[in-house]
Design a protein around this ligand. Structure first.
Ligand code: ADP
Length: 302
């Protein structure tokens, strides 16, 4: 049995004038949470649809659980997927909705109660779907994807539109599932979200994979940074000029200067700024997070 839950090689999908996915190659090891990240329009949904056999690649190949994506019937029974907002009957309860789906799929309905508990809907399974919060609806969607006891769960933007509480609920659920051995492949345009829960990531930009691998490896290889705020925001450009003159790469984002440089340089900057009458209100040596790493790698700016 391959150690990879998903493997794709040169996967490409073209529509008339658009290349949605351009020669994507990556692997997703079994038993991990793998984040699939990139801005809206990067090609995440298109890739997921190819993995599920919903659309045919223009070129390239892939396997899911060791079977070619040209033969999805060989693996789909072992895959749980949530790719669009879950479609449930509003007037039926959460449990009734799951029972309908289980019956249609020939899955014993006893599993429904277990899943209601697993996704944290204990005590609410009998309430009508239409009374659920967005977070509860999304967790019911994940419960539906879990009905066949899948080896791998593929989720497209499961936290989209959720409030912080709902995001936390879904995050906790995914961690729990992964700790029980399910491989989770989860897409998001929110890098900060993925950084918290993933071991592995695949980063997509304009249809191309810019990084695929362990999140620790990616972040450990990043250069140290110094984040600076000035008392007068107008002084930020002057700080940037000081840093550039000393040979450091700078970008200004969210009212902060992000300076690439060794942490020992921070006190030197502080003195240089002081000497020209600039007061720093923040001077933080740090390592780049996933969002910054993505910006540095792709040149994209938020
Ligand atoms: P993401 O999920 O990362 O937001 P998508 O996979 O939905 O990105 O879209 C990638 C690109 O492919 C976008 O430019 C989108 O407009 C285009 N696209 C997606 N589906 C179709 C389609 N059926 N026909 C034409 N273009 C499409």
């Amino acid at each position: 049995m391959s150690n990879q839950a998903i493997e794709v090689q040169g996967l490409t999908k073209k529509y008339d004038n658009t290349v949605a996915v351009q020669s994507a190659s990556f692997t997703v090891p079994r038993g991990t949470i793998c984040g699939f990240v990139g801005p809206n329009g990067a090609g995440k949904t298109t890739t997921i649809r190819m993995l599920l056999g919903l659309i045919t690649p223009t070129s390239g190949s892939g396997t899911v659980l060791g079977h070619s994506i040209t033969e999805p019937e060989k693996y789909l029974a072992s895959v749980g997927a949530l790719i669009e907002g879950p479609a449930f009957y509003p007037a039926l309860s959460g449990s009734e909705n799951l029972k309908v789906l289980a019956t249609m799929a020939g899955i014993p309905t006893e599993r429904v109660d277990e899943l209601i508990n697993l996704v944290g809907l204990t005590g609410r399974g009998g309430d009508k779907f239409k009374t659920y919060s967005l977070g509860m609806k999304q967790r019911l969607g994940i419960a539906a994807a879990l009905l066949p006891s899948p080896e791998i769960l593929i989720l497209d933007e499961p936290t989209n539109g959720l409030d912080p509480e709902g995001i936390q609920e879904v995050r906790d659920l995914l961690k729990k599932l992964a700790s029980e051995g399910t491989t989770v492949f989860v897409s998001s345009h929110l890098l900060s979200e993925i950084e918290i829960i993933s071991h592995h990531i695949v980063m997509l930009r304009k249809g191309e994979v810019v990084f695929a691998g362990s999140i620790n490896d990616l972040l450990l290889n990043q250069k140290p940074m110094i984040i600076v705020r000035t008392e007068n925001e107008g002084d930020l450009e002057k700080v940037a000029a000081i840093a550039t003159a000393d040979g450091h790469h700078v970008s200004i984002r969210h009212g902060e200067a992000h300076i690439e440089g060794p942490h020992e340089w921070a006190p030197i900057l502080n003195k240089k700024a002081f000497d020209v009458g600039i007061t720093l209100s923040q001077l933080t040596p740090t390592l780049p997070n996933l969002e910054e790493t993505f910006f540095e790698m792709t040149g994209d700016r938020s």
